[in-house]
Structure formats: structure tokens, C-alpha cells
Design a protein around this ligand. Structure first.
Ligand SMILES: Nc1nc2c(c(=O)[nH]1)N[C@H]1C(S)=C(S)[C@@H](COP(=O)(O)O)O[C@H]1N2
Ligand SMILES: [Mo]
Length: 202
């Protein structure tokens, strides 16, 4: 009671990080042009400090275990959208496929740089990608993911601001030392936790 009275009329208040506002629609935030890629044309190259390079295809992705995720998304431009429904392949399941092709992921591969069509990148410690709801997502709201939102395949990393989820995903680079991605080089926070308001690095 008392301090929490202001939340009494909003059952979702504890799901909205500081400085965020709920939206009903699904805003599009893209730097540059929107690639138009058919699902069958999609590829994802894995490279860096792993034992081999490998290119996965759409058929490879479809053959992997498929997972549905319902999550809340927080964008650094201050919108939050609740209960978004996605489907795709868990990053942890994808990692197992990488290990099958390339051998074990070496212990020195502590960071991952997501690469996207058009040159966008974003970096995270590999540990941030091991949550059950981190997906290579190809379906949103029961429909193929639209090009504006990163279709045919985007990353989904719900626990961090949405710039940490690359649209038009086309590669994972494994790194022994962290390397800032596109927005991280332009002053966005390296970590990007919405609950800590890690928006900018200065
Ligand atoms: N390839 C690529 N991925 C990207 C971006 C981008 O410009 N290019 N923008 C990022 C940012 S800043 C946000 S907030 C989300 C927006 O995703 P949406 O357009 O589906 O809302 O995608 C992220 N991933
Ligand atoms: Mo963003």
C-alpha cells in the first residue's frame, strides 16, 4: 500500500522500465534502407574465433528446433511494447548446430558481434544471448516477419534495448575481446539494460 497506490490502476506498471511509455503499434526504426530478401535467400555466416567458418541457410534454420516466445520489448527511443509473440530458433539451439559443424565454441569466444545486411552491427557478451527467449526470429504475431521489422530473420534479445537485436541478421562474429557495434560506436551504451536506463555511454 502507500507508495504503490499509484500503480493500483495499472497492472502492467511493474513491466515498464523507467523513462519508457507504452505503445500499441509496432514502430519501425531503421538506419538506412530496408533490404528486401526472400526467406530462401537468407544466409547466416558464423566466423571469428571459432574453429571453422560456416554459412547456414533458410532450410538449415527451419530444420532446427522451433521455439515460440512472448516478451516485452523496450526501445531506447522510449517506447515499450508488451506481450509480443515471436517464433524462431533459440540462439542456444543455434549454438549447438554451430558446434556440430565447427566443433566446440572456444572459451575465448566471450563476445558476439551480430552482423546484418547493409552493415549494421551490435555487440554483446555471449552470456547475454543464452536466455531462453533469445531467438533468431522469423515469425511475428503468427506471420512471416515483415522486411521493415527485419524479415526474413532478425535477432530478438528481449532483455536489452531493441538496438541490441539486429534486423536482417546475416552473421555472428565470435570475438575474444569486445568490439563496439554501429550504435555503440555512436555513443549508445555498451550494455543497454533498460532497467538500469543504460541508454548512452556519456
Ligand atoms: N540491421 C538493422 N538492425 C536494427 C536497426 C537498424 O537500423 N538496422 N535498428 C535497431 C534499433 S535502433 C531498433 S530500436 C530496432 C527497431 O526494430 P523495429 O524497426 O522492428 O521496431 O532494431 C534494431 N536493429
Ligand atoms: Mo532504437
Amino acid at each position: 500500500m502507500g507508495t504503490f497506490d499509484k500503480f493500483a490502476d495499472d497492472p502492467n506498471a511493474d513491466r515498464i522500465p523507467p523513462g519508457q511509455t507504452l505503445v500499441k503499434g509496432f514502430p519501425v526504426l531503421t538506419y538506412g534502407h530496408t533490404p528486401q530478401l526472400a526467406r530462401e535467400e537468407w544466409t547466416c555466416r558464423v566466423f571469428g574465433v571459432i574453429d571453422c567458418e560456416h554459412v547456414f541457410t533458410w532450410d538449415d534454420l527451419l530444420a532446427m528446433h522451433q521455439t515460440k516466445v512472448t516478451c516485452d520489448i523496450h526501445c531506447v527511443t522510449r517506447w515499450t511494447k508488451l506481450d509480443m509473440e515471436w517464433e524462431g530458433v533459440r540462439f542456444t539451439d543455434f549454438l549447438q548446430e554451430i558446434e556440430r559443424k565447427c566443433g566446440c565454441i572456444p572459451g575465448e569466444a566471450n563476445f558476439v558481434l551480430q552482423h546484418a545486411e547493409g552493415g549494421y552491427t551490435t555487440n554483446t557478451p555471449i552470456s547475454h544471448l543464452l536466455d531462453d527467449n533469445v531467438l533468431l526470429a522469423h515469425t511475428y504475431d503468427g506471420k512471416p516477419l515483415e522486411p521493415d521489422h527485419g524479415g526474413p530473420v532478425r535477432m530478438l534479445v528481449p532483455r536489452y534495448y531493441f538496438w541490441k537485436s539486429a534486423k536482417w541478421l546475416n552473421g555472428f562474429e565470435f570475438l575474444s575481446r569486445d568490439r563496439p557495434g554501429f550504435w555503440e560506436r555512436y555513443g549508445y551504451h555498451n550494455n543497454g539494460d533498460p532497467w538500469q536506463e543504460e541508454r548512452f555511454s556519456h
